[in-house]
Design a protein around this ligand. Structure first.
Ligand code: GDP
Length: 318
């Protein structure tokens, strides 16, 4: 696909390869990679036969949060985890299998989602220095001020755990938090600080990219995007880089409680989310998973944990 169809991007040409399985793993994002990396990826194969079906209503976290009709999502824009068959579901039963405020279908791997223990383990400046115990991990990344610390605290239900990552000397590090003694949440440096020196920005770029490409236990990157504002080029670039490099990605739309009045020119979170999706779709063979969240109302918290659980349990089994 030629990216001229996506005028806001200035990247090269991607070709969508046909879907294929390699070894025992799946790819859920399949843009043609400019480089080949051996990694563990997820995929979903639900595509063509679903594309013609009518959109189904997308369940949302709490109807009181929304002043409009439910968002609709076309079937071919759902994230269907591997080993999950939705071909025999009618729209009504499929709706009940989709996580609220997301495009994610629940699979048989969605279990043991609750967090009952969270401990800060270490800060690393290089991928080689990260914990070597082979436990699966999820990395949170996003523009500074996107709400990453708030989300981390909300996930682990601790008011100040993420402060650890904000301590002097740790903001530029890969910070590992061990969850329930059997997986990790990883806090990566925020990007897009207007005031950061150029060299420092380059350095963050270098080590986070190295981490994305070489951390074999990374199950998925959780890219946080502020849904209360229109898409920012830096976030679109980040998403496209992850897509190009076949790094598994889930989009977490933050601040979904902030609802600007249309008459004041502001767009609703759903509109900003839709615009973001439209702008990145050319970078992915299949739509990446996404979830709407708010650290104020805790919208999306349980959904993120269930999604992490199903990715993690699948990863552990394969
Ligand atoms: P970080 O720099 O990405 O770690 O962002 P923080 O978690 O420190 O949040 C930045 C600002 O956004 C703070 O003022 C938070 O109170 C606010 N914020 C974070 N999450 C939300 C949210 O879900 N809704 C609203 N309305 N504000 C939020």
């Amino acid at each position: 696909m030629i990216l001229a169809q996506l005028p806001r991007f200035h990247l090269s040409i991607f070709v969508k390869p046909s879907f294929s399985l390699s070894s025992s793993h799946f790819n859920f994002i399949n843009p043609k990679p400019p480089i080949t990396v051996a990694r563990t990826l997820f995929s979903f194969a639900a595509k063509s036969n679903l594309a013609t079906v009518e959109p189904i209503p997308l369940p949302v976290s709490d109807s009181s949060d929304f002043d409009d009709a439910p968002v609709e999502i076309p079937l071919d824009k759902l994230f269907v985890p591997p080993e999950t068959d939705i071909s025999s579901d009618d729209p009504a039963s499929l709706t009940t299998r989709i996580l609220k405020g997301s495009n994610i279908v629940l699979s048989k791997y969605a279990r043991d989602a609750q967090i009952f223990q969270a401990d800060f383990v270490k800060s690393s400046v290089r991928t080689e220095d990260c914990p070597a115990d082979g436990l699966p991990e999820f990395a949170l990344v996003g523009r500074s001020n996107v709400g990453k610390s708030s989300l981390l605290n909300s996930l682990v239900r601790r008011k100040r755990l993420a402060l650890t990552s904000k301590k002097p000397g740790k903001t530029q590090c890969i910070n590992h938090f061990r969850i329930n003694d059997n997986w990790y949440l990883v806090d990566l440096p925020g990007y897009g600080y207007a005031s950061a020196p150029h060299e420092l920005k380059q350095d963050w770029n270098k080590f986070t990219k190295d981490y994305f490409l070489n951390r074999s236990t990374l199950v998925s990157v959780f890219l946080l995007v502020d849904a209360s504002i229109p898409p920012k080029q830096i976030d679109l670039d980040y998403a496209s880089w992850l897509g190009q490099n076949q790094v598994p990605m889930t989009m977490i739309f933050t601040k979904c409680d902030k609802r600007k009045k249309k008459k004041n020119g502001g767009k609703k979170p759903e509109e900003n989310i839709k615009e973001f999706q439209d702008l990145i779709q050319g970078f992915f063979e299949t739509t990446p998973p996404w979830i709407m969240t708010s650290s104020v109302t805790n919208q999306g918290r349980d959904e993120i944990l269930l999604h992490m659980a199903q990715l993690r349990n699948y990863w552990l089994k394969h």
